[in-house]
Design a protein around this ligand. Structure first.
Ligand code: NDP
Length: 487
């Protein structure tokens, strides 16, 4: 593997350390090994990052769009060339299996950079004829954007934010979760290699307080957060005080509805992907699986059979399909939900415990878990668990399924499996979610917008829609006639 990051922060085109900042360790959750010691950003580091970003943004915005596009494209190419080493680092940082990180992290970041590179070259306003006069609009960058990320997809989150932000002519200061601080530093290095101005993409480390300091910094024009609903509320409030733009990618408790005419193996595949991929640590997971009563027994039986075959183990082993959770604290939280499920009367149909044996003893592993006989009022059906815990509920009619699916304050995603075309679109139209999948689940290609409704957030990442959230319109009205004044 190429060298690991050499200091905690990447500011103004170089690595930067300030040992006065609170120290913290990056731990490989599969073994408990410390893989790096870092320091949270001090006010001096934050200031340096904001000054560098402000300066770089002005330069970057003055470039020809096609030049900006070229740099973003080069970043994408370099990330793809280095996918193996970036994925290994991501696996050490997040403990997600290498078979996942090789296909879902640096590669999806590269997709975002490549796709928004093409958008960068085609930003334009419109001309509006006004009789004698006319007006035109200019789509302008916002300035310095702050990105704050969760720990499940650090590289992807950084790129999903940086790619549209930079395509629109902004600069970015990114703070990863302190649990996964390393991989975004390598992305920052690549930006420099690709020819971006120093300071265009900066990474500063730290806990919530650093995120809060960035969100309220006077230079910050926009804050884009990927995190939980409670953190979203705090960051939104801080941003509102300064009238700053926001994008909020928050949590969910998404429904997946399986009708009795569905291809059952596909539906089970979707339910497993939407509950067990990344050890269940995915915001859009379909954690409430509503299965039509007539097929429940068959569905559950095959679901258990296929879940039993999941290979849990060392995430660096290419055969491993499920790694540990990100931390001991997260495992305690998930085990607490499993206890609540049992206490409140759900049937533990599979898993629920911690695997034992030498491979598992020092890590934060957990078994993929299936509860059946879950009801809407149980804690496991209401709260986001962020672990591999699938809740199976049954329903009789379409109307009932839709009403119960919508009975949550969250609204990030939803899915449905059926062979009935009319019903598929009718139900998709009724579900309160930012994204609905029909006969598939959790696919998020860069070409399509992604984001939530209700408590799950606002704004959209990916797709052309994202450009709206990283730019603002200026209107210029050009008077060509005499000025009509009553005075
Ligand atoms: P958190 O909300 O705990 O943290 C998210 C980020 O915000 C972290 O970098 C965190 O720093 C930072 N932060 C915490 N407090 C503040 C504050 N007051 N001001 C500014 N920044 C702050 O989320 P997790 O990291 O635990 O991630 C899990 C959550 O993220 C889940 O709810 C999940 O659904 C959601 N998520 C949403 C996605 C989406 O696209 N909709 C995708 C992935 C995850 P620190 O880590 O140091 O606390």
């Amino acid at each position: 593997m190429r060298a690991q990051p050499t200091a905690s922060h990447f500011v103004d085109g170089v690595y930067l350390e300030d040992t006065a900042g609170e120290p913290f360790d990056s731990i490989h959750a599969a073994t408990g090994e410390v893989i790096a010691r870092l320091h949270a950003a001090t006010p001096a580091v934050i200031e340096a990052a904001m000054i560098a970003a402000e300066r770089a943004q002005k330069e970057w915005a003055s470039w020809m769009p096609v030049e900006r596009s070229r740099v973003l494209r080069r970043v994408a190419d370099l990330m793809r060339e280095r996918n193996q080493e970036l994925s290994e680092l991501e696996t050490l940082d997040t403990a997600k299996p290498i078979q996942e990180t090789l296909v879902a992290d640096a590669t999806s970041g590269a997709d975002a950079l490549e796709w928004f590179a093409s958008q960068a070259a085609s930003i334009a306003g419109e001309a509006v004829p006004l009789g004698t006069d006319f007006a035109y609009t200019v789509r302008e960058p916002l300035g310095v954007c702050v990105g704050i990320g969760a720990w499940n997809y650090p590289t992807q989150i950084a790129c999903w934010k940086a790619a549209p932000a930079l395509a629109c002519g902004n600069a970015m200061v990114f703070k990863p979760s302190e649990l996964t601080p390393l991989s975004t530093l390598k992305v920052a290095e690549i930006f420099m290699e690709a020819g971006a101005p120093a300071g265009l993409f900066n990474v500063v480390q730290g806990f919530g307080a650093v995120g809060a300091a960035l969100a309220e910094h006077p230079t910050t024009a926009k804050v884009s957060l990927t995190g939980s609903v409670p953190t979203g509320g705090k960051v939104y409030t801080t941003a509102a005080a300064g009238m700053r733009h926001v994008t909020m990618e928050l949590g969910g408790k998404s429904p997946m509805i399986v009708f009795d005419d569905a291809d059952i193996e596909d539906a089970i595949g979707g339910a497993m992907l939407g509950n067990f991929y990344s050890t269940g640590q995915i915001c859009s997971n379909g954690t409430r699986v509503f299965v039509q009563a007539r097929i429940k027994d068959r569905f559950l039986e095959r679901l258990i059979e296929r879940t039993r075959a999941i290979r849990i183990g060392d995430p660096l082993d290419p055969e491993t399909q499920m790694g540990p959770l990100i931390s001991q604290a997260q495992r305690e939280k998930v085990l607490g939900y499993i206890e609540a499920g049992k206490r409140e009367g759900a049937t533990l149909a599979y898993g629920g415990g911690v695997p034992t044996g030498a491979v598992y003893d020092d890590g934060t592993f957990i078994e993929p878990t299936i509860f059946s006989d879950v009801t809407d009022t149980m804690t496991i059906a209401k709260e986001e668990i962020f672990g591999p815990v699938l809740s199976l509920l049954t329903f009789e009619s379409e109307d009932e399924a839709v009403a119960r699916a919508n009975g949550t304050p969250f609204g990030l995603a939803a899915g449905l499996f059926t062979r009935d075309l009319a019903r598929a679109h009718r139900v998709a139209g009724s579900l309160q979610a930012g994204i609905c999948w029909i006969n598939t689940y959790n696919l998020t290609p860069v070409e399509i917008p992604f984001g939530g409704v209700k408590q799950s957030g606002l704004g959209r990442e990916n797709g052309r829609a994202a450009m709206e959230f990283y730019s603002q319109l200026k209107t210029v009205h050009v008077g060509l006639g005499p000025v009509e004044s009553p005075y």
